[in-house]
Design a protein around this ligand. Structure first.
Ligand SMILES: Cc1ncc(COP(=O)(O)O)c(C=O)c1O
Length: 389
């Protein structure tokens, strides 16, 4: 395999040099994935398109620099992220700002910077942005976030486009806003925004999204509202069970399905907010076996990495491929757990492993997205370290 993080010898060498637990990122994999992303935009889309990297997925500085080099914009969900992106050298016009709870201060700072647009999630937020823009003598460019009530066919904890999710507004409310736009003197409506969920693997969901987006676009057009932009969000899923098979994301099918099913003006600028599909596969969590033990019905492997270092399994039952880095003919089934004083500190249940013993090295794959960013120091543990190669 051409990538370091799928080469066991390379990983073992690193594991004996680095203190575990730690995250290791493969910059070559990230570079290749980004190059492929830009290639598929050119090959598969009939529109001008901007991908805004969803910074929340991984904010490692070195990776962010690589992402910038590949000409992406940034999708931010807090004032802190806007500031971080600006400090990393992104221009304000590269930044879109989403989030259901933007504070007045965050709005004012973003207004002053003249970011590309706010993705507005409620009518009250729109009123506040209008008022703050008036106070600052500025015009706020905005997209209205639509909640299209689409089932993203993903884990319920990472679904964002159903009516029982807190995000966006039903299209009926968007119509009301649009009918009253003249009351918002400091607002410039440029488009609609959608983000229906994360780790979407059934790509027919994107066909459904494109059809709904087109219907909404046409409806607004019939009201005389001409949009210049549409933001289709992110959410493209990655292969957690067999990451090494094709670590590059399937951007070709993703863009093709959307392109084929959109019936909108070809001058529209399309925006995307991809996070996981850009960075997930380039990261692994390296760990060591502290202990093994057996109860009446379960064999446990206790790692030095815990749920504080990688929250996804405890937070949303996410499953990651786990491997003990050694040759062995003896395999058995184990619950892989961490050292944290919580029963939910479990990485996987009944996973087949090459009989681990104390000191063995263990790799947890596909941890480049929503890994380190969610890590914390619970139980007064040191914050896990990251290394980029
Ligand atoms: C508004 C918004 N855009 C984009 C993303 C990125 O999603 P993903 O990492 O699944 O591509 C998220 C993440 O949940 C989000 O909330």
């Amino acid at each position: 395999m051409q990538y370091h993080i799928f080469n066991d010898d390379w990983l073992l060498d690193k594991l004996y040099k680095l203190d575990t637990p730690c995250y290791v990122y493969d910059s070559k994999l990230l570079e290749d994935n980004l190059a492929n992303l830009n290639l598929q935009i050119r090959n598969c889309l009939d529109y001008q398109a901007v991908v805004h990297y969803a910074l929340k997925a991984n904010d490692n500085q070195e990776l962010f620099t690589i992402i910038k080099k590949h000409n992406l914009g940034v999708d931010c969900v807090s004032g802190g992220e806007v500031e971080y992106a600006r400090r990393a050298g992104f221009s304000a016009s590269d930044i879109v700002f989403a989030g259901v709870g933007k504070t007045d201060n965050e709005i004012i700072q973003a207004l002053k910077q003249k970011i590309y647009c706010f993705n507005v999630e409620s009518q009250q937020e729109l009123e506040v942005i209008n008022q703050l823009a008036a106070q600052e003598g500025l015009i706020a460019s905005i997209m209205l976030r639509v909640n299209p009530d689409i089932d993203a066919k993903t884990h319920k904890s990472i679904s964002t486009g159903k009516y029982d999710n807190k995000f966006g507004m039903p299209f009926s409310q968007i119509i009301d806003i649009v009918n009253n736009l003249r009351n918002y003197l400091n607002i410039k409506l440029i488009g609609l925004h959608y983000h229906i969920g994360s780790q979407i693997c059934d790509l027919s969901v994107y066909k459904e999204l494109a059809l709904v987006v087109s219907k909404h676009y046409q409806k607004l057009e019939s009201y005389g509202v001409i949009l210049s932009d549409l933001n289709l969000g992110g959410g493209l899923g990655v292969n957690y069970s067999e990451p090494e098979i094709n670590p590059l994301s399937n951007f070709a099918d993703y863009f093709s399905i959307l392109n084929k099913n959109l019936t909108i003006n070809k001058n529209i600028i399309l925006h995307f907010e991809l996070g996981r599909s850009i960075v997930a596969q380039c990261g692994v969590l390296l760990s060591s076996v502290l202990y093994t033990k057996q109860t009446s019905h379960t064999k446990f492997v206790i790692l030095d990495a815990g749920m504080n270092d990688l929250m996804r399994p405890a937070l949303y039952n996410a499953s990651h491929k786990i491997k003990v880095l050694k040759q062995s003919d003896i395999y058995d089934y184990y619950d892989v757990v961490g050292p944290i004083c919580e029963s939910t500190d479990i990485f996987a249940k009944q996973v087949k492993l090459a009989s681990p013993v104390r000191g063995d090295k263990v790799v947890i794959y596909t941890t480049g997205a929503y890994g380190y960013v969610l890590a914390n120091t619970y139980n007064k543990r040191d914050k896990i370290r990251e290394y980029v190669y």
